[in-house]
Design a binder for this molecule. Structure first.
Ligand SMILES: O=C(O)CCC(=O)C(=O)O
Ligand SMILES: [Fe+2]
Length: 292
């Protein structure tokens, strides 16, 4: 055998449930995986929507290198708390140095899909735990394929023809009371955008609900009351505990989620503990509606 023979695959997959979330074991991501290993990782992400790896030791550059396997990295429109040499990697943290936060604190405590308020929302997000509290601060994920599939057929038919307006500014001040309101310039950079209420995942061909009550201001063509009732009902249905995976963080965890078929949110924790994560985001595509 030549020395170029691919190593025997050592990856193993441990599903968290039949539908959502899986741990991948047997790989060190400090060097980007070879094509065969990456194909297995991507297939697992497409199958389970959220994947994670434990016990990783990644610098911001190594996280960026692995993240690039999934596509081109975004530079977030909020430019604070990135590494100066690597603006693709952002820091989420409650740690303060000389009285100043080293990262974004208290982001994303409402259900959302990253950057859904942009014409091309985020594809995949990667979050790597440097340090985390012993309990609390889980990141929760909801299965938006299941949320759609579990609806009665007549309702699915009705929803697949609808469009929802995602608006960054809709509840911004209520969601982030500690932050100053968006400036007119910031608002102008993220005007409301209309997306299909049901989107088809281009890789799996499966339809997923695409809605979140604190980001979607209304459904096109419906009265405000009808719209609000439908949006709130759909989010509550989608995020029922049996459709949610809660990730309990350990330092060295890398979680990867697909924003096209999941919602997620951060949860509270005791602020006496330090929590620091590195984050990257893969540039997305325009959501595609169902055709029939
Ligand atoms: O801090 C968390 O648990 C999740 C934050 C979040 O929503 C994100 O990084 O996109
Ligand atoms: Fe998020």
């Amino acid at each position: 055998m030549s020395s170029q023979t691919a190593p025997a695959p050592t990856l193993s997959v441990r599903p968290m449930s039949e539908r959502l979330g899986a741990e991948i074991r047997g790989i060190d991501l400090s060097a980007p995986p070879d094509a065969q290993a990456f194909a297995a990782i991507l297939q697992t992400l497409h199958r389970y929507g959220v994947i994670f790896f434990r016990g990783q030791k990644l610098s911001p550059d190594q996280l960026a290198a692995f993240s690039r396997c999934f596509g081109e990295l975004d530079i977030h429109h909020m430019t604070e708390h990135v590494f100066p040499h690597l603006p693709q990697v952002r820091v989420l943290s409650n740690v303060k140095k000389d009285g100043v936060s080293i990262g974004i604190t208290k982001g994303g405590m409402h259900w959302h899909s990253d950057l859904s308020y942009k014409p091309q929302p985020a594809l995949v997000t990667l979050l790597y735990a440097v340090e985390c509290p012993p309990t609390g601060a889980d990141t929760q994920f909801a299965d938006m394929y299941a949320a759609f599939a579990d609806l009665p057929e007549a309702e699915r038919k009705k929803l697949q023809a609808l469009h929802a307006v995602h608006d960054r500014n809709y509840r911004y001040s209520a969601l982030y009371p500690g932050r100053p309101p968006l400036t007119p310039e910031q608002v102008a950079k993220v005007p409301p955008v209309e997306h299909p209420l049901v989107r088809v995942h281009p890789a799996t061909g499966r339809p997923a609900l695409f809605v979140a009550k604190d980001v979607v201001s209304h459904i096109t063509g419906m009265t405000e009351g009808e719209s609000r009732a439908l949006i709130d009902k759909l989010e509550a249905f989608a995020t029922r505990p049996d459709r949610v995976y809660s990730h309990k963080w350990q330092p060295g965890d890398l979680v990867v989620w697909d924003n096209r078929c999941t919602l997620h949110r951060a949860t509270p924790y005791d602020p006496q503990y330090r929590r620091t994560l590195y984050r990257t985001q893969v540039r997305g595509e325009t959501p595609v509606a169902m055709t029939s």
